[in-house]
Design a protein around this ligand. Structure first.
Ligand SMILES: Cc1cc2nc3c(=O)[nH]c(=O)nc-3n(C[C@H](O)[C@H](O)[C@H](O)COP(=O)(O)O)c2cc1C
Length: 407
């Protein structure tokens, strides 16, 4: 076990105006448990985030729709109505009560949607490119609806939606916002040339493909100031049929351009995960290492990290913080467990999306776990907890659904 006093993961770090006391970040995790109708954050969500808050720790709250047309998954929360502000206030209060910090991830799904989620209109995208994905509606997982390409005159309206969502996030008591430009959602669809076939000012060259992301960043920075805004990217991400003919050029340009905003951080998903599955490539964390040389601010690395290689990447200086997704689902006290080298609870994939408190707020803290049948996750990337039985029974309306969806 690493001596806690020597762990760089548990050394202080400044992120924007925040003095964090450790570097174990909770990754944004869609769990589809908001109140319906209305996409309102629930009391159960406040309990869940409160459990995972830690003194001086950073949580990035789940992907949250900026508008009705930006929705794609029934049960995901929104930040487009006043009622949602009140719901989120309970979440931010619960995190602040434990001296934690919380950013909200702003989300427009673009083509990854269905008319039942968008208020009856066709999902929007940079271009019409055949795409076979799924959306989650009141009829369960369904194939996405045919999308349409955005008219150039419509883009400023979506930038304004990002700005208004950022204002509501401020009113809800968040500490900052993260722009979701990863995992094949709208901004990522514009960035990568597999999905962007436009011939106007938003397509073609990398400068044009990055324009929408940079305009959206500017809009939310106008509300928050740059040092309370983060951006999430998935360089070479293949989730949701994404592809780019030159990802190194595309993402290097984006990282370089983002320098001008003085952001709180750049959040980078390693290409070794596809959605929420670790791929067979066995890649080391290459994306953070590369963009570290280009981006001048703090870097959060994410995707397939175990405690030991999280320590290694901050030790090597290729990232400043590490975000954990699946381990945070099943370990409400993950920072403490990592710091003390305690065993981790296994996660139960069947309760990731939708359902009630089971597989959500009933994962045990370590003290409680001592007598329960907590399963230790082996500290190897190839040997994660997939398929392991946890003490949590499979519940929820998405039970047994075997698609891996990452928002
Ligand atoms: C249940 C689930 C929901 C997710 N939801 C989001 C999300 O809302 N926004 C996002 O950017 N990524 C989302 N992801 C991706 C995670 O943030 C993270 O990048 C991924 O799980 C890889 O990290 P890990 O290996 O630590 O789990 C989700 C992943 C899972 C498993």
């Amino acid at each position: 076990m690493i001596n806690p006093t020597q762990q760089k993961l548990f050394s202080a770090v400044q992120v924007g105006p925040f003095h964090l006391s450790h570097r174990v970040v909770m990754a944004p995790l869609t769990r589809l448990r908001s109140e319906q109708p209305g996409d309102v954050p629930s009391d159960l969500m406040a309990e869940y985030y409160g459990q995972r808050a830690s003194k001086g720790g950073l949580i990035i709250a789940e992907a949250t729709a900026i508008s009705i047309t930006g929705r794609g998954y029934l049960g995901a929360p929104g930040i487009y109505s006043d009622e949602q502000i009140a719901g989120w206030r309970k979440v931010t209060d619960a995190v602040h009560a434990k001296d934690g910090r919380i950013f909200l991830q702003l989300w427009h799904v673009g083509r990854q949607s269905h008319v039942d989620m968008t208020g009856g209109v066709a999902p929007v995208a940079p271009s019409v490119v055949p795409y076979e994905g799924v959306a989650y509606t009141s009829n369960g997982w369904v194939p996405v609806s045919p999308h349409r390409g955005l008219q150039i005159e419509e883009i400023p309206g979506i930038v304004e939606e990002y700005r208004h969502a950022a204002e509501r996030a401020l009113a809800a008591g968040f500490d900052g916002v993260e722009l979701h430009s990863a995992n094949g959602y709208l901004l990522d669809q514009f960035l990568q040339d597999g999905s962007n076939k436009r011939t106007d000012a938003y397509g073609g060259s990398v400068e044009n493909r990055a324009r929408f992301l940079l305009e959206a960043t500017e809009a939310i920075v106008s509300v928050w100031g740059g040092n309370r805004v983060g951006v999430r990217l998935a360089p070479s991400g293949r989730w949701a049929s994404m592809s780019d003919s030159n990802p190194e050029a595309t993402f290097s340009y984006v990282a370089e351009q983002l320098n001008r905003f003085g952001l709180a951080y750049l959040h980078i998903i390693e290409p070794r995960v596809k959605g929420s599955e670790v791929t067979e490539d066995g890649l080391p964390p290459v994306a953070s290492e590369h963009l570290r040389k280009i981006f001048h601010g703090k870097i959060i690395a994410a995707g397939g990290f175990e405690p030991s290689d999280a320590e290694a990447i901050v030790e090597a200086g290729d990232a400043d913080l590490v975000a954990f997704g699946r381990h945070f689902i099943s370990n409400p006290d993950l920072p403490r467990r990592i710091r003390l080298g305690l065993p981790l609870n296994a996660y139960d994939r069947t309760t990731f999306y939708g359902g009630d408190h089971r597989g959500y707020t009933d994962y045990p803290f370590y003290q409680e776990a001592k007598d329960a049948s907590s399963t230790q996750v082996k500290p190897s990337r190839s040997n994660n907890a997939e398929g392991q039985q946890s003490s949590i029974g499979p519940v929820g309306n998405l039970r047994n659904h075997d698609l891996s969806v990452a928002h």
